[in-house]
Design a binder for this molecule. Sequence first.
Ligand code: FMN
Length: 303
Amino acid sequence: MADLSVDLGFRTLKSPLIAASGTFGYGEEFLPFFDLDILGGVIMKGIFREPRPGNPPPRLHETPAGLLNSIGLAGPGSEKLQESIRRLRARTPVPIIVNVCGEDDDEFVAVAETFSAMAEVAMLELNISCPNVRQGGACPAQDAGHTARLVGRVKERIRKPLIVKLSPNVGDIVGVALAAQDAGADALSLVNTFLGLAVDIDARRPVFANIYAGLSGPAIKPLALRLVREVCRKAYVPVIGIGGISSGRDVLEYILVGAAAVQIGTINFREPAAALRITNEIEAEMERLKIGNLSEIRGQLQT
Ligand SMILES: Cc1cc2nc3c(=O)[nH]c(=O)nc-3n(C[C@H](O)[C@H](O)[C@H](O)COP(=O)(O)O)c2cc1C
């Protein structure tokens, strides 16, 4: 049998597959479909301190090979999420990861502290792609200096491993990745959604009230794979690859370019038990290619 475990340095996961934030609810919704404990982890939808209604509809728009979303980080607020996490923990031992958001840096730090204090939480993922509402609307991920300051402040106040999730909508993602790493990130995850635009020709208006929306799904896989490779070539902390993964073969592609683990997002909407199928496919591919553990091929892309 193939050994699916992956070593992140600070923690070993039983599988390279992690459910991506915003695409797996709060975990409980997926309990009827498969045993979540086959996963390396489950990431909660992004959370702010207070409840948020999110953006007006429409919030989703399908494209030929992807999904545009403009959810606006709707959510129940920190207190309610703590209850959801306790309920999920009572039903499965899968590692729970909290996707931390903030409308400004102080809020990021406060939310991170709250969930770092919870025994049920394994790690935090810092969603630095949130627009900084109280600081001009830019997100920390767009600026290496801002990323470094924020990651440094959060790291100082928490006692859990910190994954920093990068945005692809920047000029120099490697610069931001290294800034996060040098400021204390234990791992990097990439990518979040790519900004895109959908147009309604009858109304002569953008489909979304916010004009732009985030593209995910198979359409972004080649773009994300390139960015993951670029970051893996320069970073020494483990990288978690995200973008368009929908098969075991896709997972092996990310591992070959250097990822230590991966997240699956949009596929969970189309196929709620996708993680189970993909796990079986990874095992089958490993047996076919005579790989005992994925570390044997990690970063082994021949160029
Ligand atoms: C509907 C939706 C909601 C999302 N919400 C979040 C979120 O709250 N926090 C976050 O960091 N990423 C969020 N993402 C981004 C995903 O976690 C992931 O990075 C992205 O979808 C790319 O992976 P995929 O192509 O496998 O879907 C969301 C994506 C979608 C489609």
